[in-house]
Each structure stands twice: as structure tokens, then as C-alpha cells.
Design a protein around this ligand. Structure first.
Ligand code: PGA
Length: 258
């Protein structure tokens, strides 16, 4: 039995206004199995909202251990990059965790493995904890190149990783994101086990055994328990099902009880 704490993160993408947050927070707290502070003693929980909601969410969830996560940042600390947000800007408002390389960033904003590697490196240089997203398309899976693709995404992302760096991996098959078709528990477990082997090869067995690997892609209250009961699945990155406070809370309740 591993001793990794479960980590349950909502990824709100470009959803929710600041004015939605009070209703969300009320429903979320009402549906949790116990007060948020006691839940946070057992599992790690948080949300990656829009940049504009970050501070409001910090105020709304002041409980110790709550993860307030940015969805993206530029790798440069400062510069002429109109429309971008830097890591020091996030630090200034108390953010220490960030999603890097989400497949929507890769797909719609042309983030290559190389750019993802630069962003991860910038996170490590500036004391930010990256949640590094990797995943294969359906075509790649059909060609039986899923493992090869995931391995090269991980190696590219972590090529400048100093020893002892703190990070999380999120495995999110592109074909499962927002489609309603989650990976089966078997498919997800097999890939998570493979990812842990790649991490062991890079950093050694004892480091790999302590690292958390989240699953993401069409998770919902109905399928989360089976996924979370797999030995190498350490939590979830939840998109659509995290937008409703009651739904996210029910998934967290499952994480507390697996
Ligand atoms: P989904 O999204 O849960 O809506 O499939 C997951 C993600 O993109 O992180």
C-alpha cells in the first residue's frame, strides 16, 4: 500500500465568473462529507480557476492546505509578451502551483514539448510547483505509440529538473478530455505504472514511488472511485465535473473514502 496522499484538483478552464464563486463555494461546502478543514487533513484539494478568479478563490478558501492553482504562465520572468502572465506575477498574489502543458495549451496555443520544458524549468528556478500534463491522442493510441509519446513528453518536460524538485504529473489522454469517455481503470493504471517506471529511470525508485500521478479525462462522481482505487492513481484533474460545487465535493468524498 502506498502512502501517497490523494490530490483532487478542479480545472475550470475558461469557465466561471467571479460572481459565480459564492454559489459554487456554498454548494461545495454543503456537499462535503465533513468540514473542509478536516477533509484537507486527509486529502489535498484545490482548483485551477481563471487568473481573474485566483484571488477571490484564495479569500473564499483560506483553509490551510487548499491548493490555488494557476492554469498557465510564461517562462520568462518579465518582458514584451503582450497578454501573458509571468511566474513572479503569480507569486506576488500567493500562487505557488501551476498547470503546465495542458493538452488544450498544446493543441490550441501551439505549446511544443520544448516550450513545456522551458515552462517547467522556469517553475523550478522560481520555486513554483508545476503540475505537468501529458497525454496521447486517439490516433497515437491506435498506432500503439501511446507509451512512447508519453515518455518523450515527460523526458522533454523534465530535462532541466534539479534533484529534489517538487512536481506532480497529470496523465490526461486527449481522447478522454471533455468527451464523456474516460479511460478505463485498467488503461489508466497501466499508463500510470508506465509513467512511474519512466520517473524511476530518471530519478530513482525512491523518488518515483513518492511522486503523485493524477488521472484526468471525463472523471465524474460515478467513475472516480474505481479510478482512485488503482495502485498508481494518486488523484484526479477534473474538468467539467468540477464546475458544479456539489459534483466536485462528491468526488472529493470518494477520495477520502478509498
Ligand atoms: P474533463 O477535463 O474532466 O472535462 O474531461 C479534464 C481536463 O482537461 O483537465
Amino acid at each position: 500500500m502506498n502512502r501517497r496522499r490523494k490530490l483532487m484538483l478542479g480545472n475550470w478552464k475558461m469557465h466561471h465568473l467571479r460572481s459565480d464563486l459564492v454559489k459554487f463555494g456554498t454548494e461545495f461546502r454543503q456537499s462535503l462529507c465533513s468540514p473542509l478543514a478536516s477533509v484537507l487533513e486527509q486529502v489535498d484539494v484545490g482548483i485551477a480557476p481563471s487568473f481573474l478568479c485566483l484571488e477571490t478563490l484564495t479569500a473564499q478558501f483560506p483553509e490551510h492546505g487548499w491548493w490555488n492553482v494557476a492554469q498557465n504562465a510564461h517562462y520568462a520572468a518579465t518582458g514584451a509578451f503582450t497578454g501573458e502572465i509571468s511566474i513572479p506575477m503569480l507569486h506576488e498574489i500567493g500562487i505557488t502551483k501551476i498547470l503546465v502543458g495542458h493538452s488544450e495549451r498544446r493543441q490550441y496555443f501551439a505549446e511544443s514539448d520544448q516550450v513545456v520544458g522551458k515552462k517547467v524549468q522556469a517553475c523550478f528556478e522560481r520555486g513554483m510547483h508545476p503540475i505537468i500534463c501529458v497525454g496521447e491522442t486517439l490516433e497515437i493510441r491506435k498506432m500503439e505509440l501511446a507509451e512512447k509519446t508519453i515518455e518523450s513528453q515527460i523526458r522533454a518536460a523534465l530535462q532541466h529538473c534539479p534533484p529534489g524538485s517538487s512536481f506532480t504529473i497529470a496523465y490526461e489522454p486527449v481522447w478522454a478530455i471533455g468527451t464523456g469517455i474516460a479511460a478505463t481503470a485498467r488503461q489508466a493504471q497501466d499508463m500510470h505504472q508506465f509513467i512511474r517506471r519512466v520517473l524511476a529511470d530518471l530519478f530513482g525508485e525512491s523518488v518515483a514511488i513518492a511522486l503523485r500521478i493524477l488521472y484526468g479525462g471525463s472523471t465524474k462522481p460515478e467513475n472516480i472511485s474505481e479510478l482512485l482505487s488503482q495502485p498508481d492513481i494518486d488523484g484526479a484533474l477534473i474538468g467539467g465535473a468540477s464546475l458544479d460545487g456539489g459534483s466536485l465535493a462528491r468526488m472529493i468524498n470518494s477520495a477520502v473514502s478509498v
